[in-house]
Write a new protein. Structure first.
Length: 255
């Protein structure tokens, strides 16, 4: 059985057929799915899905690209939702220097606030990082993020950075890019990082794995991520499924 630890079933791309997408995931032996909200609309939808399906859980937080839109009321709302039994993490939060909608200092301040919020509600923090590795790692250290630990979502950094994050009590989550033929660094991470520190995800509807690259991604395809990690580690895919599922249940504190 597999767990997709990061999926956006709350995205507009699934508005017409989310039930069929979920059924294909169950048919592919997905045991659980963690739906990540990152603004008012997607958090609301994530909560609805978590309440509707017993195997769906929610993560709630505010995306760094939209940091400039986040208010103190929004953060208070996220904190109130954290008490819900189906909410298992805070995020996705972090830094995104690729897009320039929100100034870096605004992103960094909101990132710090969400790390502190995660510590307050005792939930792991789910990290989005794009073109901002040095600042992400620095802020995680300064805010003592190891207190809650968390997940480096769709990790694209080096083996060295992965090890640094693991020392801070973070899991390394790999998605579709590990299957891309030219993805040298994710394949190195999958090969060298021990399986007990790895998670699998899709980030669907984005980043569909090979051979579906360019299509709308969906949680059923997390199996392709597991199969590539198994190939790189020269072990049965069943072992990858077993250990990454155990890792996910532990970090999210799911019974």
């Amino acid at each position: 059985m597999f767990i997709d630890t990061h999926v956006h079933l709350n995205a507009d791309q699934y508005e017409e057929d989310v039930e069929a997408v979920i059924q294909r995931a169950l048919d592919a032996k997905l045991e659980k799915m963690v739906v990540v909200g990152f603004d008012r609309k997607t958090i609301t939808k994530a909560m609805e899905l978590a309440e509707q399906y017993p195997f769906v859980y929610a993560v709630v937080g505010w995306h760094p690209v939209d940091a400039i839109d986040c208010t103190e009321e929004d953060l208070a709302w996220i904190e109130s939702l954290a008490a819900h039994p189906k909410v298992v993490g805070i995020g996705e939060t972090g830094l995104d220097y690729y897009w320039d909608k929100s100034p870096k200092e605004v992103q960094q301040e909101l990132f710090r606030k969400q790390i502190r919020l995660a510590q307050k509600v005792k939930l792991p923090v789910i990290i989005h990082n794009r073109d901002a590795t040095a600042d992400v790692v620095r802020i995680l250290k300064e805010e003592e993020a190891e207190i809650t630990g968390g997940i480096m979502h769709c990790f694209g950094g080096s083996v060295e950075t992965a090890k640094e994050c693991i020392q801070m009590n973070f899991m390394i989550s790999l998605g579709g890019p590990v299957t891309f033929k030219n993805a040298k660094t994710p394949k190195e991470v999958a090969t060298e990082i021990p399986l007990d520190h790895l998670l699998i995800e899709t980030d669907a509807p984005y980043l569909a794995p090979h051979p579906n690259r360019g299509k709308r991604n969906e949680p059923a395809w997390v199996v392709l991520v597991a199969e590539e990690i198994a190939r790189l580690k020269e072990m049965p895919v069943e072992e990858v499924a077993r250990q990454t599922t155990a890792n996910a249940l532990k970090i999210f504190k799911i019974e």
